[in-house]
Design a protein around this ligand. Structure first.
Ligand SMILES: Cc1ncc(COP(=O)(O)O)c(C=O)c1O
Length: 361
């Protein structure tokens, strides 16, 4: 079967060039006669691959030298627990901003370890906005402030980075990391599961400011202790060597594309095309999010009549446009468009949506 344009939220599309390279190298990586899956993680064959991936990530995001990069397992939701466990130290309180599904999950998990102050929420708008910072009720004694810059399900994205003064800002960047340049120095901790913009599921990137290491509670499992993992180059336990290797190829691909400034321009164009299609459909398609905080990665939308949903999805599939159904908790449709989605895929989707609207509108 021909390769499809996959609009799934994650695991998401990987660059075709990367998959082709993986295919070629699968049984013989760098003349070793082995695949990355079989290499000793600390051995001389794998070490340069691991180091290059970190170096490329550092270069792409311009990560300052006083930040450690840790490659972990457990995905973003493990971080919902590991952030409080690693950062609370002797504090008993943390501030959270609630902008929807993934913030709520992060809050519920953190509440198992500390008192969570929900300093702001956009629940009153059914999570179609982000709460302006002027209304945030931050605590005096919070160990950190946590927010979700892009809610992957609701399709709502902060157009600004919060300013939390001396309190470290912690962010779940799973669905926007590497989509555009970022000022890493604004954050205490940035974490992101790989399966959208970094590589295959099975690896989680944690970028942590050095002065925040060493605050872990004693009950943190050693393999999930940021400091221990940072000291051991993320090899305290056996990492997912394959996911690390493929992530390295994705990072190299991104550099070859011109880096984050270049990909950001493409992402802007792709997002503009999708929103123009929705907004110019005369109400046939609708996206509920306030204009200034519409996501540039995840585009939820509904059809004017939900009785058309099944036909829409069937015809999408037939046209090679895969995984457009909305998240099971909200229904409707959702197009997730990350770095690896070529502009041609977006053009094909938009053309399909216009034709569908003409026929059924
Ligand atoms: C913003 C965000 N946070 C957390 C998660 C959960 O990630 P994981 O399944 O790796 O725990 C997702 C997954 O889609 C996400 O988009």
């Amino acid at each position: 079967m021909a390769r499809v344009f996959n609009f799934g939220a994650g695991p998401a599309m990987l660059p075709t060039e990367v998959l082709e390279k993986v295919r070629v190298e699968l049984t013989d990586l760098n003349g070793t006669g082995m695949s990355a899956m079989e290499m000793a993680h600390r051995g001389s064959d794998f070490r340069p691959i691991a180091q290059q991936a970190e170096a490329d990530l550092r270069e792409l995001l311009a990560i300052p030298p006083n930040y450690k990069v840790v490659f972990m397992q457990g995905g973003a939701q493990a971080q919902f627990a590991l952030v409080p466990l690693n950062l609370l130290g002797s504090c008993t309180r943390a501030d959270y901003i609630n902008t929807g599904h993934w913030s709520k999950r992060a809050i519920a998990e953190a509440a198992r370890y500390c008192t969570v102050n929900v300093a702001a929420s956009s629940e009153h708008s059914n999570f179609t906005t982000v709460p302006p910072q002027s209304g945030w009720q931050l605590s005096e004694q919070a160990a950190y402030v946590h927010y979700t810059p892009n809610e992957t399900i609701g399709g709502v994205e902060f157009p600004w980075i919060p300013d939390t003064g001396d309190t470290p800002l912690v962010t779940d960047m799973t669905s926007t990391i590497l989509a555009r340049p970022l000022d890493v120095s604004r954050f205490g901790v940035i974490y992101a599961a790989a399966q959208k913009n970094i590589g295959p599921a099975g690896i989680t990137v944690v970028i942590v400011r050095e002065d925040l290491l060493g605050r872990a509670r004693t009950e943190v499992p050693s393999v999930f202790n940021y400091k221990l993992q940072a000291e051991d180059n993320s090899m305290y336990n056996t990492p997912s060597t394959f996911a690390w290797y493929v992530s390295g190829l994705v990072l190299k691909w991104l550099k070859d594309k011109g880096g984050l400034a270049a990909i950001a321009k493409v992402n802007e164009r792709k997002a503009a095309k999708v929103y123009a299609c929705i907004d110019q459909s005369g109400g046939f398609y609708r996206n509920p999010v306030a204009l200034d905080c519409r996501s540039k990665s995840n585009f939820p939308f509904t059809l004017v009549d939900s009785a058309l949903d099944a036909t829409f999805l069937e015809q999408c599939q037939a046209a090679g446009l895969a995984q457009l159904q909305g998240h099971r908790s909200v229904g409707g449709m959702r197009a997730s468009i990350y770095n690896a989605m070529p502009e041609e895929g977006v053009d094909t989707l938009v053309q399909f949506m216009r034709h569908f609207c003409e026929k059924h509108g």
